[in-house]
Design a protein around this ligand. Sequence first.
Ligand SMILES: Nc1ncnc2c1ncn2[C@@H]1O[C@H](COP(=O)(O)OP(=O)(O)OP(=O)(O)O)[C@@H](O)[C@H]1O
Length: 297
Amino acid sequence: MSIVVENITKIYGEQKALHNVSFRIAKGEIVGFLGPNGAGKSTMMKILTTYLKATSGNAVVNEFDTTTEARNVQKSVGYLAEHNPLYLDMHVREYLAFNANVYKTPKSRIEEVIVMTGLLPEAHKKISQLSKGFRQRVGLANALLHDPEVLILDEPTTGLDPNQLTEIRNLITSIGKEKTIFLSTHIMQEVEAICDRVIIINKGEIVADTTLAKLQKDQKQVIEIEFDYRIEDVLIQQIPHVTHVVNTHGLVYEITFDTTKDMRPTVFDFAHDNDLKALKINQKNKNLESLFRELTN
Ligand SMILES: Nc1ncnc2c1ncn2[C@@H]1O[C@H](COP(=O)(O)OP(=O)(O)OP(=O)(O)O)[C@@H](O)[C@H]1O
């Protein structure tokens, strides 16, 4: 097991941030830690990285206890903190060299992580000159410097534009082929795009722990489609297997089907037969969304 958390409780003064939290993450898994603001995600991650001590309970990372073997835990974990604090006045290589020195990492590793995270074209610049997406890459490169077994990423894509978001998600997915990744987010699509499994936390307690494959298998299918002009819901309801139609905004409709067979071709045929054009089509995992709403509302 890469991470074992048993009955962790964390109390800040009067504020209970975590209550009897337990979960296990196997080597090589990419697990999303999903929860609304203030649910306790960062607190849990800080305990796993030894930045914080739990009030009670045990947390073990890469077989090392976070309280009694903190140094070994730190060697096993690469951490990208929320808001990715960086020294903006440093150049990229200078910053990585500074941290490599702290970790006693060989200098050759700096170029390796630069290439691995796609930083090469920007590596000669000052960090302050980089876009947010490239700053995240610097944060990830830094987390990878000492070649840790486990990566803990606290909201790694917050504040990125859609292109940067896709790039960083792809990067995390490719890193995840070799490492265990535990990443927090409050964005469901993030979990769907990157993770094998999701752990949902609300008000300091774990409320769900399930694989994406299981959610997908159980699910009713939802297709979001934008047409080029408005159409009556009743017409859409004539498509086979439709159980529910909502005009969410403008010309965008969310159509729910009671089948897992991919209904996108049928929806395209429907558009064609009704002289409509499909401007955008998107298959959504309704189950994660409804599970999240149900459990965290
Ligand atoms: N140092 C602290 N002192 C007191 N309370 C704290 C401290 N840090 C966090 N909290 C409280 O603990 C709870 C959990 O906070 P935490 O930052 O772990 O949540 P989060 O899920 O990471 O939220 P977000 O998504 O907003 O980052 C919140 O109620 C927060 O206000």
